[in-house]
Design a protein around this ligand. Structure first.
Ligand code: EPU
Length: 416
């Protein structure tokens, strides 16, 4: 079993290049099935979630050529067959295939998607979207069978601005007849990225990045080339690491406006950084002050950076309060963080009170989910002594070459 071993306490300097966004790439790849010609996607991160999507493409008889960070996808010989449960269970984004296949063939059968167990994560809003477009959804054991004589544009109000339901509704409606309007849509940069990708193929999507998205159906989508946006969560993770251990650590390939909710909070805590158009340089300082965080949909503070921020808060003077409003179960990293020396009390599963400053000590810990794993990794980097992390498959799902990137700037971290 592979683990990560970290010797903590080393100063980091040099440059870290942020990879393409996981949550953008995992939507673009299934979306490419809607194209009637070949597509090419660049800046694809080298993570195991992308490996899993590639397996699904091959299963559907789609031709794939993956070289370094480029992915050429030719769906001309695609076969619409059931994706086996073991593949759809590998990740959350497998259900984007469900919407792309429904949009293309008006029929799809699919097992429940997987993903980190950080909450219940129902998909009722996606199914509501399918039904609004005229589809019938039948649930048989742990499989959905979805049929539509034809998909017809409709108006849909999402109960919450769900990223998944917004992407799924776009994918299912892009080739529907007439106009679809999504109200209370998610506004994440990944939504803008997927709308741009489809529009470059000839789709007619307006309003992505706002809470009302309008999709006018088209019948044909032509060949296209598209670049995955930089990963704002990976960028944020390295920025937090730089605040704790950096000596002029430069994080490159960033869109600073995408992580303003984090940078403004770090600045409030006393972090000094130099922000340029596509990079941020940060150095460690002492005397950070406690801050309060509340996770919210974009442009609010991202739930995906809540866990990676916890180690930073242990190094802030005073009591920081973290409120998690998106997921019910996103504090699973706390018990190991406390074992490493932190003083954190979790209340009602949605509130964490972090008292700092506490020194952290290396321990054997277990990643329980992707961002929780990243959080423990940051604890290991600042801890005294050796930290060994188990279950690192979670971390490798979303962070491209994390050990290599950190080693290059001076960290003592390796896969063992
Ligand atoms: N929700 C429902 N019903 C639905 C859809 C969502 O109740 O039909 C609830 C969820 O249970 C959750 C909230 O609404 O409480 C937000 O869920 P959303 O649909 O926005 O999340 P998602 O699409 O499942 C994506 C990312 C997550 C990220 C969230 C929020 C992907 C593949 N995943 O998930 O990323 O946390 O948006 O920004 O894009 C991660 O990268 O670690 C990760 C978990």
């Amino acid at each position: 079993m592979t683990r990560i071993r970290i010797v903590g306490g080393f100063e980091l300097s040099g440059e870290i290049e942020v990879s393409g966004s996981k949550n953008s790439a995992v939507a673009l790849i299934p979306a490419s099935l809607l194209c009637d010609e070949k597509v090419e996607i660049s800046n694809v991160p080298n993570i195991s979630d992308v490996d899993a999507l590639e397996e699904i493409l091959l299963h559907l008889n789609v031709q794939v050529e993956r070289k370094e960070n480029s992915l050429k996808i030719d769906p001309s010989k695609i076969i619409n067959k059931v994706i086996p449960e073991n593949l759809s269970q590998k990740l959350r984004a497998s259900y984007y295939f469900m919407s792309a296949l429904l949009g293309k063939y008006k029929h799809v059968e699919m097992y429940f998607p997987g993903g980190c167990s950080i909450g219940e994560r129902p998909i009722d809003q996606t199914l509501k979207g399918y039904r609004a477009l005229g589809a019938t959804v039948i649930r048989k054991d742990n499989r959905y069978i979805i049929d539509a004589p034809k998909l017809k544009g409709a108006k849909l109000y999402l109960d919450m601005p769900s990223v998944g339901a917004t992407v799924n509704t776009i994918l299912a409606s892009v080739k529907a007849e007439g106009v679809t309007i999504i109200e209370n849509a998610a506004k994440e940069p990944e939504i803008v990225n997927i709308a741009t990708f489809l529009n470059n193929m000839g789709a007619k999507i307006k309003g992505a990045g706002t809470n009302i998205i309008t999709i006018t159906g088209v019948s044909y989508l032509h060949s296209s080339f598209h670049e995955v946006i930089p990963d704002r969560i990976e960028a944020g993770t390295y920025l937090i690491i730089g605040s704790l251990l950096g000596k002029k650590l430069k994080i490159k390939n960033i869109i600073p406006s995408h992580i303003e909710s984090l940078t403004s909070k770090l600045i409030e805590a006393g972090v000094e950084m130099t922000i340029s158009s596509d990079s941020i340089t940060v150095s460690r300082k002492n005397n950070y002050r406690a801050i309060n965080i509340r996770t919210l949909p974009y442009p609010g503070f991202p739930t995906d950076l809540q866990q990676p921020l916890i180690p930073f808060l242990t190094q802030c003077q005073g009591i920081s309060i973290v409120e998690e409003t998106i997921y019910e179960n996103r504090f699973q990293n706390i018990s190991d963080t406390n074992r490493m020396g932190a003083d954190i009390i979790v209340k009602d599963n949605n509130l964490a009170q972090v008292s700092g400053i506490t020194p952290l000590y290396g321990k054997n810990v277990v990643a329980t989910d992707l961002r929780g794993g990243a959080s423990l990794l940051i604890c290991g980097l600042i801890a005294e002594g050796i930290t060994i992390i188990d279950n690192i498959n979670y971390i490798l799902r979303g962070y491209d070459s994390i050990c290599e990137k950190l080693t290059r700037v001076g960290a003592k971290i390796e896969l063992i």
